[in-house]
Write a protein that binds this ligand. Structure first.
Ligand code: NAD
Ligand code: HSO
Ligand code: ZN
Length: 437
């Protein structure tokens, strides 16, 4: 992890470009080929990719059978089952608070307008499984999908080498009532959810994080009329730490995102050189103890520890960078938090590790990466809902709003629009004097 002091502000956006550059053309081209292949060969293409990328022989079928699903719980230790249930309850509580309230507005006498939330009808949930089976991600997507009452939920996740799906993922799926589970990962899974195959139903919206192939594939899916939650690629964290921070805690937080993948990026900002140096020493020490040390070490090569001058400067940097996760390991985190304008999710104080949000505190961990926190929110209940507006005009309402519309339509040169009002007003017996023209 390289140490920088006072980098010129003009260099800051360049940090963000790193991942963008990696989202290179070759990945897009590869993903396009995979889409075309899945479109032409359907399930046969999925079977080939499972063999090639996951080392799995799926000739027994792409779908998880009911037997596989029901056998999963017995393979999950009771303690882990209880932890998953607790996380489920917390995530549910947080997302239940997002249930939209009914809206009814009478904008003019007799003009009634209202909005109703309806679930996206067919949703695809992508659960990463390339290097770690992220059953926690299934909770993050499955809980709001269930709360929204989406009628059709299709889960895709890469198979293990023996052709099975990780039992903890299956146990979590059972908890959520999800039964359509496809053994497919990467861009090919996203392609299958986009166009459908014999075994994979096409969906209206695709959710979930993944590596660069998955993220590029989701972005390609939007060109075929399928919606996505957001670009949620390789994990990131930015920590703002002052002299009051504990270097061991900060190092652990940085490593917790570095261990996700070689293309993760972690950034440490501080106005204390001694904190930066102590944290770097801790990172080196703790890294050696990690089973995924090699992965984390690769991520650290493109990560940065940066000495800045003031809390305002650190906040400015962070808002420009727009991290997926922002940790405020400072004495007065509330004050700094008020100035946050771009971040996926924010963690305040020395006792709030980002790992809490990854698993169990209740907030959603599917978040925008690579600077997309500038213009996207993370997954929430809203992501699974569409809001449809309704209206009804009474006689009084038509008389009130009609003349306004007639005038505006005429001014735009759209006579048919005006006539749709005029004919109705005349049917109600509007006098010539009432006519606005
Ligand atoms: N932003 C978020 O909210 C969030 C949340 C959780 C995880 N993540 C990120 O998700 C990612 C998970 O990545 P992962 O790789 O472990 O699992 P993954 O499931 O995303 O990807 C695995 C699949 O990638 C495909 N693949 C691998 N190499 C390929 C190649 N050379 N060509 C084409 N396809 C290839 C394979 O099909 C494989 O099944 C990590 O980067 C992690 O940081 C992000
Ligand atoms: N930190 C990830 C989001 O970037 C989510 C996760 C899942 N498991 C552990 N962490
Ligand atoms: Zn994580």
């Amino acid at each position: 992890m390289q140490l920088f002091s006072y980098p010129p502000q003009t260099d800051w956006p360049a940090l963000q470009q790193r991942a963008a550059a990696q989202q290179a053309q070759d990945i897009d081209e590869r993903v396009q080929q995979i889409f075309e292949d899945v479109r032409q060969r359907g399930d046969a293409a999925l079977l080939d990719y499972a063999q090639r990328f996951d080392g799995a022989d799926l000739s027994g079928g792409l779908r998880v059978s009911l037997d596989e699903l029901t056998a999963a719980a017995a393979q999950v230790p009771a303690g882990l089952q209880a932890a998953i249930r607790q996380a489920y309850a917390n995530i549910l509580r947080f997302h239940e608070a997002q249930v939209p309230q009914p809206e009814q507005v009478e904008t003019m006498p007799g003009v009634h307008c209202w909005r109703r939330a309806v679930p996206v009808q067919r949703v695809g949930l992508y659960i990463p499984g390339g290097t770690a089976p992220l059953f926690s991600t299934l909770l993050m997507l499955g809980v709001p999908a269930r709360l929204a009452a989406c009628p059709e939920v299709v889960l895709c996740t890469p198979p293990q080498r023996d052709g099975s799906v990780n039992p903890v993922i299956l146990f979590t799926a059972q908890l959520l009532g999800i039964t359509t589970i496809i053994k497919a990962g990467g861009a090919q899974a996203v392609a299958a959810l986009t166009g459908g195959t014999a075994s994979v139903p096409a969906v209206d919206k695709i959710f979930g994080p993944g590596n660069r192939y998955v993220t590029a594939a989701k972005q390609l899916a939007t060109r075929y009329g399928v919606a996505i939650d957001m670009p949620a690629g390789p994990s990131e964290v930015l920590v703002i730490a002052d002299a009051s921070a504990n270097p061991a805690f900060v190092a652990a937080d940085l490593l917790s995102q570095a261990e996700h993948g070689p293309d993760s990026q972690v950034i440490l900002l501080s106005d204390s050189l001694s904190l930066l140096e102590a944290t770097q020493a801790e990172v080196t020490r703790q890294l050696q103890q990690l089973p995924r040390a090699e992965v984390a070490a690769q991520a650290l090569q493109e990560s940065r520890a940066i000495l800045l001058r003031t809390p305002e400067e650190m906040l400015y940097f962070s808002n420009q960078y727009a991290p997926e996760h922002l940790i405020l390991a400072v004495e007065n985190p509330e004050q700094l938090a008020e100035g946050v304008t771009s971040a996926g999710s924010v963690f305040l104080g020395h006792l709030t590790p980002e790992a809490a949000g990854d698993y169990a505190s209740g907030t959603n961990h599917t978040l925008p990466t690579n600077g997309y926190a500038r213009n996207y929110s993370g997954v929430s209940l809203d992501s699974f809902l569409k809001k449809i507006t309704f209206q009804r005009l009474s006689t009084e309402g038509l008389r009130q709003v009609g003349p306004v519309v007639e005038l505006m339509a005429e001014a735009e040169g759209l006579r048919a629009h005006a006539r749709a009002i005029t004919l109705r007003l005349e049917s109600l017996g509007r006098s010539i004097e009432q006519n606005p023209r």
